[in-house]
Design a protein around this ligand. Structure first.
Ligand code: GLP
Length: 239
């Protein structure tokens, strides 16, 4: 695992966008597994600007890491809407190669299998970009997630439901979600994990300096041979 500390959020976002753009130039039909959350917004903004300057995403395949279970793709807090508004709707991505798990699928387990099969059909993931939850989750792989897990329905940690509550009318985010699994993330040829801000410092410390444990899912990335933690200075104060 490589640790790269950038001076601030803007530099972190630029480094992440550059990594995606470099992969695209090397392999225009590359498959990307990508996150939601506030952290990657700067990266998406930059990629959209690069698109305006001529970068094409037309041949690439995109998969999102997760989606809340029970949310219609048109729900304002759905990751479908987030991705459309912040990225997919602003670039020349091929709609047939853009994938977000369907949280409203009639048979969620079948949807998970379909999603996993689609990733395989696209040749596996070339570059996986991740955020990190306050409790160390990656995608929605919460503490305790098995290293062998695949795309599946998960119950969200109470802390996650509280942290993510602001996107919803009630006082909690939904109880469950669909997430790409730990094994699927691990099979990515390259992983980039982004962390920004002082409120991620303890999490980053646990992931970087603590043992490899399913209590901190991001710590398990240390076993992946091509992983970089891209962290801004505020998130790196204790490493
Ligand atoms: C959500 C997402 C994760 C994301 C995390 C961190 O829970 N499911 O994929 O990494 O939030 O979000 P933020 O970047 O807003 O801190």
């Amino acid at each position: 695992m490589n640790l790269r500390v950038l001076p601030d959020y803007e530099a972190l976002s630029a480094a992440a966008a550059d990594a995606v753009a470099a992969k695209l130039r090397e392999k225009p039909e590359a498959t990307f597994l990508i996150p939601t959350g506030t952290t990657p917004l700067g990266m998406y903004r930059r990629l959209v600007a690069m698109h305006r300057d001529g970068l094409s995403f037309l041949q690439a395949a995109f998969f999102n890491l997760d989606e809340y279970l029970g949310l219609d793709p048109e729900h304002p807090a759905s990751y479908h809407v987030y991705m459309r508004e912040n990225f997919y709707g602003l670039i020349d991505a091929d709609p047939t190669r853009v994938h977000v798990p369907d949280g409203a699928a009639a048979d969620p387990d079948a949807e998970c299998e379909r999603y996993e099969a689609m990733i395989r059909k696209c040749g596996g993931v070339d570059l996986c970009v991740l955020g990190i939850g306050r409790n160390g989750h990656i995608g929605f792989n919460e503490p305790g997630a098995s290293f062998d897990s695949r795309t599946r329905v998960v119950r969200l940690a109470e802390t996650t439901r509280l942290v993510n509550a602001s996107d919803f009318a009630g006082d909690r985010a939904p109880e469950k979600a669909i997430t790409v699994g730990m094994r699927t993330i691990f099979e990515s040829r390259e992983v980039l994990m982004l962390a920004s801000g002082a409120n991620k410092a303890r999490t980053v410390e646990a992931a970087v300096e603590g043992g490899i444990t399913d209590r901190v899912p991001a710590s398990m990335l240390k076993q992946h041979e091509n992983t970089t933690f891209l962290v801004d200075r505020d998130a790196a104060t204790t490493v």
